[in-house]
Design a protein around this ligand. Structure first.
Ligand SMILES: Nc1nc2c(c(=O)[nH]1)N(C=O)[C@@H](CNc1ccc(C(=O)N[C@@H](CCC(=O)O)C(=O)O)cc1)CN2
Length: 461
């Protein structure tokens, strides 16, 4: 079936791109162009007419892209029409009139995958490239789309094939014990080095997933320390309601930020206190959950208020004397870092520098004083924790699960080899590892995964 879609975004635009892929592309383009098919891959000006009514539809630039040397590997055509809604509708209706079908989300890429133009990791990289909002995300996605991940996975695959071949050989020569034993022994170091490599890939601090999804930053603290004001100041818009009343923020409010190319998802949360109302209690529960799951917790205190407390320093009770409210400072994320943020330094009396400890960042969400230092601290954390330059090997939970399965199967193989397990069982462990790696790149049948991955795309990709 030949499909079409608006590949440029929806809505009015200067130019709109309508893309066609499938067997009928040539015939359809021929009819639209009144019999004047352009030379392959040469952008050409044509008056487009309805194939049957002959009514003029638009003046356009068109491309004829015969397969297989194109994106999908099938015959394709592209129409660059004026980007008015009615123009796009008229041209797309004409395509439907001659029997073409509107593409489903990701269907062009799915066809490209089906025709061997890209593997699954490259297709995922393409989806990420389209969804990339920041420079770091763009680089990560482009590396994956261009085959960086595929190359690594295929190297693993070849090592595994070698190990499997040795085990198969030992099965083939089972009546010649020396040869069988020798071949089997060759498989062990291959499996061991691969297991170690998978282990290394898994111990990456979830760098690829975090950069893909955005570094999660939770702002937590007691009511009215200025959490929503900070969110708004960083977002540059009034995303959260700010009101001089404790308990104003109840839901978690999210804002995406691009700081020096690093993607952050900032979460403003309800003030932590013994809340009376069940709604606010739920807000506090969500605040604590957001802090627990965050990569960075901004523990916020009010530097202007007088009550004296103490922030326990890392690993000790007590610590520097503290004038602000401290509930926020006591929260610790399960795997992330905590930055102490002292707000309201514009108010008298301003805290003496250092009075909240050497690591504290002093800001005024109201006057924006200190926000650059806070942003710099976030960027420094991002670049030290996630920015090691090399493209990550894992960018989705799916990759982590399959690599984890492959590793577990290899460990089972190695344990079995040590315990003198039968070679038939050993071969089964390796096959399990191969299945996991095969699902990673889409070499193996992965119909269920395909639906999920390609469904994430926009229509027209
Ligand atoms: N107009 C337009 N722009 C586009 C695309 C497109 O399909 N159309 N792309 C797509 O979405 C991206 C570019 N990706 C492409 C990938 C492969 C081929 C292609 O023709 N591949 C051939 C030959 C490669 C070559 O000449 O070296 C092949 O794989 O055999 C074209 C575009 C981004 N820009």
């Amino acid at each position: 079936m030949t499909i079409y879609a608006l590949s440029s975004g929806p809505g009015r635009a200067g130019i709109a791109v309508i893309r066609i892929s499938g067997r009928a592309s040539r015939k359809t383009l021929y009819a639209l162009c009144n019999g004047r098919l352009p030379a392959p891959r040469v952008s050409s000006f044509r008056r487009l007419r309805h194939p049957t009514s002959r009514e003029m539809l638009d003046e356009a630039m068109v491309l004829w892209l015969p397969g297989p040397a194109n994106f999908t590997g099938e015959d394709m055509a592209e129409l660059y029409v004026h980007g008015g809604r009615a123009v796009v509708t008229a041209v797309m209706n004409a395509l439907a009139d001659v029997g073409l079908r509107l593409a489903e989300p990701g269907e062009f890429t799915r066809r490209a995958f089906g025709n061997g133009k890209l593997d699954l990791t490259e297709a995922e990289g393409l989806a990420d490239l389209i969804n990339a909002d920041t420079e770091i995300q763009r680089r990560q996605a482009l590396a994956q789309h261009s085959g960086a991940m595929r190359a690594r996975y295929e190297k693993w695959w070849r090592t595994l094939l070698k190990a499997m071949a040795y085990v198969e050989a030992s099965l083939d020569f089972s009546d010649e014990a020396d040869i069988a034993d020798g071949a089997f022994k060759e498989a062990v170091p291959e499996a061991r080095s691969l297991a170690a490599e998978l282990e290394r890939a898994l111990a990456d601090g979830r760098r690829g997933e975090i950069l893909r999804e955005g570094i999660s930053v939770a702002i937590v603290g007691e009511p009215n320390v200025g959490k929503s004001s900070l969110l708004n100041a960083l977002a540059g818009r009034e995303a959260a309601i700010v009101y001089d009343e404790p308990g104003t923020t109840r839901d978690v409010i999210e804002v995406s930020l691009d700081l020096d190319g690093y993607p952050f998802v900032l979460r403003d949360t309800a003030g932590i206190r013994e809340a009376a109302s069940p709604v606010e209690q739920e807000g506090v529960r969500r605040a604590l959950a957001a802090a627990e799951a965050a990569d960075v917790v901004l523990a916020m205190v009010d530097g202007s208020c007088g009550d004296v407390g103490a922030v326990p320093a890392e690993g000790e009770a007590g610590g520097a004397p503290l004038r602000g409210s401290i509930a926020g400072a006591a929260i610790t994320p399960s795997s992330g870092v905590k930055l102490l943020v002292v707000n309201k330094v514009d108010l008298a009396p301003p805290p003496a520098p250092g009075s909240f400890g050497p690591e504290a960042i002093y800001i005024s969400a109201k006057t924006c004083l200190g926000l650059d230092a806070l942003k710099a601290a976030l960027v420094r954390f991002a670049s030290e924790s996630y920015g090691s330059g090399e493209a990550p090997t894992i960018t989705r939970v799916r990759h982590r699960q399959e690599i984890g399965r492959a590793r577990a199967a290899l460990v089972a193989f190695l344990d079995g080899a040590e315990a003198g397990e039968a070679p038939e069982l050993a071969a089964e462990h390796l096959r399990e590892a191969a299945d996991a790696l095969g699902r990673l790149t889409g070499r193996l049948d992965v119909e269920d995964v395909l639906g999920q991955i390609f469904g994430e795309f926009c229509v027209g990709k």
